[in-house]
Each structure stands twice: as C-alpha cells, then as structure tokens.
Design a protein around this ligand. Structure first.
Ligand code: FAD
Length: 353
C-alpha cells in the first residue's frame, strides 16, 4: 500500500492538517509519536491568535482541556535589576496533553492513525520510504508525499532540508503548588540565560521552567532555580518531575522552511514559532490549515508548494516581527529601559498570603 500522504507528528500542526485534508480524498497516514507517559513540555497557554482560529473554525473547547487558574496578567521580573512589572495578557490556561488529544479526536476516521515514531525517512525513485518503530517493532511504509509536523527536533527537517535552526534546551520542573500561589511569571535573568523562564500553575501543580543555550544548560538551570526560589520566596528544592526538550528560535527569514518536491513542513518543524514568547500553537494550527487548503486546491506537488508558500507569507511576516521584538526584549539594556519606563504595564495589588 502506498499512502498519498504520511504526516509525521500528531501535535496541533499534524492533527489540524489531517483533519482539514481528510475531505480531499487522499489516503492519509498520521503518525502519532506522543508518549502519554512523557507528554511534551509546554506552558499550555492558548494565546489570542489561537483563540481567533478556534472562532474561525467554529470550535468550542471542552472544559476538561482547561487548567486552573485562568490568567489575565503576567508578572515580569528581571532578577538582575530586581524590577517587577505586570502586563495584561489574555491566555487560556490548558492541560497541553488533553488539548493535543482533543485536536486528534477531531481527525475523521478516514485518516489512518498509528502510534509510533519515524526512525528514518528516505527519498526513492517512486516516492518515499519511512521506517517506523511501532510497539518496539519496525514497520516500513511507502508514501507519495511527506508532511513534517514533528516539532522542534523534526526528523523530516533534518533529513530533507539542510537549513538548521538555532535551538534552546527547555527544562521544566513540576512542584506541588503549596500555599503560595504567585502570578504567572515571566522571568529574565541575564546571569544564567539569554532567553526567558516562566512560573505558572496547572491545578495543584506549579511549573517552573526556562530556555537555555544547549552548552551548560543543566548548570545554568540549576543556578537560576536557586535565584528564582530566593526572588519569589518559593521552595524549589523537591521537584516531583523534570522534563526537557528542544525549542526552536527563528532568527532569519530563511529559517522558515515550507518545503517542496513532495516534502512539506508545518508548525514548529517549519520554524513557525514566536522568537519572543515561544508561542507556537497558533502558528502550528494555521500552517497545518494552509497546507491542507493547498492540497484541497490541487494534487500537483509544485502547485501545492506555491500555494502553501503564498498562504504562509503573512504568518512568516508576523513571526519576522517577533524576531525584531526579540531583540528589544532580550537585549538586557533595552529591556531594562522598557521596564523602567513602565510602558503598557498595569498596576497590580498582589494579595497577601
Ligand atoms: C517549554 C515550552 C513551553 C511552551 N509553551 C507554549 C505556550 O504556552 N503556548 C504556545 O502557544 N506555545 C508554547 N510552546 C511552543 C509550542 O509547544 C509549539 O510551538 C507547538 O506545540 C508546535 O506544534 P507542532 O504541532 O508544530 O509540534 P509539537 O507540538 O511539538 O508536536 C510534534 C509531534 O510530533 C511528534 N514527533 C516528533 N518526532 C516524531 C517522530 N520521529 N515520529 C513520530 N512523531 C514524532 C511529537 O511526539 C509530537 O507529538 C512551548 C514550547 C516549549 C518547549
């Protein structure tokens, strides 16, 4: 059997692509590599852009996907200057694993879903061959086309496109939430990371995590954890769990790769993630939709590439501005001036615990 399309990865990008393309009569295989024992580390915050997409698709979100509490502002702290500002934000706080599960549940039965991981992929004269690991056994599948929706460590991007991207290692730990329930916090600490860290709550769990340069990431995380515990007055000595993964940071226009010649990338694999906030769920959903719309217009590979590339241009532009915003936010002197000015911040009276 030769599939018309094999989709690698059933995150927001892959599930969305599979759901939308299903009406096009293609024989689609969706490979779901998620391991429920080790769900993807993620803040699980659904930004307004993603909420707008849900409105566009006339979707509602089951309450089981939401996590307690909902968030209306972010406490931004610079550990070096010890300055704190509050900025209004309108995210939905979610359980990320349940969210992915919900999006996958919307994929029609006409799409074959297999739980497994792609270990290798190669181009052959007659299409593509992929070697999968399914329940510890190897399975080989053939396809006319491949869609890489496999996130930051995309095997599809690595195999078929030479364009490597800058990546951080994201490390997250979970703690019992305890009595003290501070705000959702965005943390800058130029002594330990050129990127940012965060602290947020999901029910009775507190998550502390951050993004670090790969070299020496563990030491940097541990040093920062001590500084965060001290700054916020929280106990970070006994994590219940720790997880790590890569996260992409686009820096140039050409970091965004949509694909060609029978292989396309969507979501974070394509580089579609905000360089300034790591918000990537909305870009994953919208790029998955765009590629599927191209498939629904034509089954000619060259035209699919052209249409998808054109549809994705506004998304690339938006993410390009995030690259510029990144410079303002992550240059310590500039950030300190912005925080000192108080521009766009709000006054908040924190409750005494
Ligand atoms: C710590 C952290 C916090 C974040 N917080 C937020 C946030 O709060 N809000 C937000 O909008 N974005 C956030 N992001 C970014 C967001 O998680 C991603 O940009 C988004 O999930 C991208 O969706 P995707 O479908 O492209 O990829 P992913 O969600 O990464 O999904 C890729 C899927 O492919 C699967 N896969 C990978 N390799 C293979 C393989 N070889 N074979 C088969 N399957 C494979 C994976 O198991 C996964 O299920 C965060 C990222 C990190 C790292």
């Amino acid at each position: 059997m030769i599939y018309d399309v094999v989709v690698v990865g059933a995150g927001p990008a892959g599930s969305t692509f599979a759901r939308v393309v299903a009406s096009g009569g293609y024989k689609v295989l969706l490979i779901d590599g998620q391991n429920p024992e080790k769900p993807k580390p993620c803040g699980g915050l659904l930004a307004p852009d993603a909420q707008k997409l849900f409105a566009r698709f006339d979707f509602t979100l089951p309450k089981e996907v939401l996590a307690d509490p909902q968030i209306f502002s972010v406490k931004t702290a610079d550990l070096v200057t010890r300055r704190v500002r509050y900025y209004p934000r309108y995210y939905l706080n979610m359980d990320r694993y349940r969210f992915d599960d919900f999006l996958l549940s919307l994929v029609p039965n006409s799409v074959e879903v297999v739980k497994g991981r792609v270990e290798r992929a190669e181009r052959r004269e007659d299409g593509f061959r992929l070697a999968l690991s399914v329940n510890g056994e190897e399975r080989v599948v053939s396809a006319k086309r491949i869609v890489g929706a496999d996130g930051a460590s995309s095997i599809v991007r690595r195999t078929f496109f030479s364009r490597a991207m800058m990546q951080y290692v994201s490390i997250q730990e979970s703690y019992p939430a305890g009595e003290k329930n501070p705000f959702y916090s965005c943390i800058f600490d130029s002594e330990t990371s050129e990127s940012c860290s965060w602290m947020l709550f999901k029910g009775d769990v507190m998550i502390y995590g951050g993004a670090f340069l790969p070299n020496g990431c563990r030491e940097a995380f541990e040093k920062q954890r001590g500084r965060v515990a001290d700054f916020f007055g929280v106990d970070l000595s006994s994590p219940v769990s720790r997880e790590a993964c890569l996260v992409m940071r686009p820096r140039k226009w050409r970091d965004f790769v949509t694909g060609s010649d029978g292989v396309w990338l969507i979501g974070e694999a394509a580089g579609f993630i905000s360089a300034s906030s790591f918000e990537g769920i909305s870009s994953a959903i919208i790029s998955g939709t765009y590629l599927a719309e191209a498939f629904l217009k034509t089954d000619k590979d060259k035209r699919i590439s052209r249409i998808y590339s054109r549809l994705a241009r506004p998304l690339k532009r938006k993410l390009w501005f995030k690259i510029i915003k990144h410079w303002f936010m992550y240059t310590p002197l500039v950030r300190r001036l912005i925080m000192a000015s108080g521009i766009t911040s709000i006054k908040v009276e924190e409750k005494k615990k």
